[in-house]
Ligand binder design. Structure first.
Ligand SMILES: Cc1ncc(COP(=O)(O)O)c(C=O)c1O
Length: 407
C-alpha cells in the first residue's frame, strides 16, 4: 500500500507471525503491538475463537450469495449492542459508510452530506474534504476527486453548534456522518450537550444521523452509542468486528427500514449501488459471530479499559516528570498522547499540534525498543491479550525516548 512509505524508518517491518498482543518480524524479532492493525486487530492477533470459526467455515464453503444462520445470530446481537433493529453486511467500513450515504441521499432526496473538519471515514469521496478559511476544499493528497467536494459536502468544526445549525438550515443536507468522538486527528471529545444538540438539529431539519463506531468501539461493547444512549438513524462499524477478517456492517432504525423497504423494487434491487458480491459472505459472518460471541465481550473490555488507563497514567506521569507541553487522552481501550498541553476542542486545534518530525522520532524510538505504535499518530490500543507487563514496558520505553530527546 502506498501509505506504507509513511512508516517511521526507511522501510516497513515484514511480519512473519502474530499472536495476541505481539508479533514477530521476518528477522525473528519480537514486538509488542500497540497498533493492532490500526484497530483491525483490536481483538489481539489470531484470537482462538475466530480462528476456529473461520477454519471450520472455510471447510464448509466461503461464499454463497445466500445468508447462513450466523446472519440471524448477528442481527440479534448487533441489535442488542447498538439498539438498531436491521443490519446489512459489507466488507469494509468504507463501504458501510458509502452505502449509508447513498441510502441517505436516496431517502431524503437531498444532494449533500455534512462531516466534521479533519474527520476520516475511509476512502469515501464525499468525506475527503477540508476547510480552508471557511471554504470547503479537497483534502491535501486527495487523488482524482470525481467532482469538487464543495458540491457534495459541507464541513464544520466538531463542537461548533452554531456552524452546524447554519449548515443544516438550508435543508439540502441528506445526512451528518460523524464519529461520536473524533479519533483520526487524535481523540477529540464532544463537549457536554453536543450529541443531544446534534440529534435535535438533525431531527428538526429532516437530516439523517449516521454514527461511525469503527474506532469508537474502543469505548465498550456497544461503542459510544450504547455507553451514552445515542440514537442514530444509521450506525456503521467495521475493522475489529471480525477479528481481522474483512467485514463490516451498518444498521438502521425501524423507521428508516420501512422507508427503504417501501422504495425497493425487487427487479432493481441488485443495481442500487449498495452491496457487493462478497458482502455478507459466509466466512465474514462466521468470523463476526465468533468475535462478538467470544472475543469483544463485556469481560474483555473489563480487562482492556483499565489497562489503557494504566498506559495513560504511565505516559501522563512521564509527561509531568519531564515538564513536557503534551497531554494523553483515553477512549476505552484506546489511548493516545498528543503534542499540546490540553485536549483539543476540534479538528483544527488538534491538527495544529501535529509535528511530523517528532512523530517519526517517537515511532522509531519505540520500534527500535520493540514496540509498534499506530502510525500517523501516537495511539495505542489494548487487546484482551495485552498484559500489565506490556503496558509497563511501554512506559519505560516512552520515558527513555523522551529523556533522550531532552538530553
Ligand atoms: C472512523 C473510521 N471509519 C471508517 C474507516 C474505514 O475503514 P476501512 O479502511 O477498513 O474501510 C476508518 C479507517 O481508518 C475509520 O477510522
Amino acid at each position: 500500500m502506498n501509505w506504507m512509505v509513511r512508516w517511521a524508518g526507511r522501510f516497513p517491518l515484514f511480519v512473519s507471525e502474530g499472536a495476541g498482543a505481539h508479533f514477530r518480524d521476518a528477522d525473528g524479532l519480537d514486538y509488542l503491538d500497540l497498533c493492532l492493525g490500526d484497530t483491525g486487530a483490536m481483538t489481539g492477533h489470531a484470537p482462538a475463537a475466530a480462528v476456529e470459526a473461520v477454519a471450520a467455515q472455510a471447510r464448509r464453503g466461503m461464499t454463497f450469495m445466500l445468508p447462513t444462520e450466523d446472519a440471524v445470530w448477528l442481527g440479534e446481537e448487533l441489535a442488542r449492542r447498538f439498539g438498531l433493529p436491521y443490519w446489512q453486511a459489507t466488507l469494509t467500513a468504507t463501504d458501510a459508510n458509502r452505502f449509508a450515504i447513498r441510502l441517505a441521499r436516496h431517502l431524503t432526496g437531498r444532494p449533500k452530506i455534512l462531516v466534521f473538519h479533519w474527520c476520516y471515514h475511509g476512502t469515501v469521496d464525499e468525506t475527503f474534504v477540508t476547510l480552508r478559511n471557511g471554504t470547503v476544499e479537497a483534502r491535501p493528497g486527495n487523488l482524482g476527486p470525481p467532482v469538487d467536494p464543495a458540491e457534495t459536502t459541507r464541513v464544520v468544526e466538531f463542537n461548533d453548534l452554531p456552524a452546524l445549525e447554519a449548515a443544516l438550515a438550508q435543508n439540502d443536507v441528506a445526512c451528518v456522518l460523524a464519529e461520536p468522538v473524533m479519533t483520526n486527528i487524535g481523540i477529540v471529545q464532544p463537549e457536554p450537550g453536543f450529541h443531544a444538540a446534534l440529534r435535535e438539529a438533525t431531527r428538526r431539519t429532516g437530516t439523517l444521523l449516521i454514527l461511525d463506531e469503527t474506532h469508537t468501539i474502543s469505548a465498550g461493547p456497544g461503542g459510544c452509542t450504547r455507553a451514552w444512549g445515542l440514537s442514530p438513524d444509521v450506525l456503521t462499524i467495521g475493522k475489529p468486528i471480525a477479528g481481522g477478517v474483512p467485514a463490516a456492517v451498518y444498521g438502521v432504525s425501524s423507521e428508516l427500514a420501512r422507508r427503504i423497504e417501501s422504495g425497493i423494487r425487487v427487479d432493481e434491487s441488485d443495481t442500487g449501488g449498495i452491496g457487493g458480491t462478497l458482502a455478507g459472505n459466509a466466512l465474514s459472518l462466521a468470523a463476526m459471530r465468533a468475535t462478538l460471541e467470544s472475543v469483544l465481550t463485556e469481560e474483555a473490555y473489563a480487562k482492556t479499559i483499565p489497562l489503557a488507563r494504566r498506559f495513560a497514567e504511565g505516559v501522563a506521569g512521564v509527561i509531568a516528570e519531564q515538564g513536557l507541553p503534551w497531554h494523553v487522552a483515553q477512549l476505552g481501550c484506546r489511548a493516545e498522547y498528543w503534542f499540546r498541553p490540553t485536549p483539543p476542542r476540534n479538528g483544527s486545534e488538534a491538527a495544529a499540534a501535529i509535528d511530523p518530525e517528532l512523530d517519526r522520532y517517537m515511532h522509531l524510538a519505540a520500534l527500535n525498543r520493540g514496540i509498534l505504535m499506530t502510525p500517523f499518530h501516537n495511539m495505542a490500543l489494548v487487546s484482551p491479550a495485552t498484559t500489565e507487563a506490556d503496558i509497563d514496558l511501554h512506559t519505560r520505553v516512552f520515558r527513555e525516548s523522551v529523556e533522550a530527546l531532552a538530553g
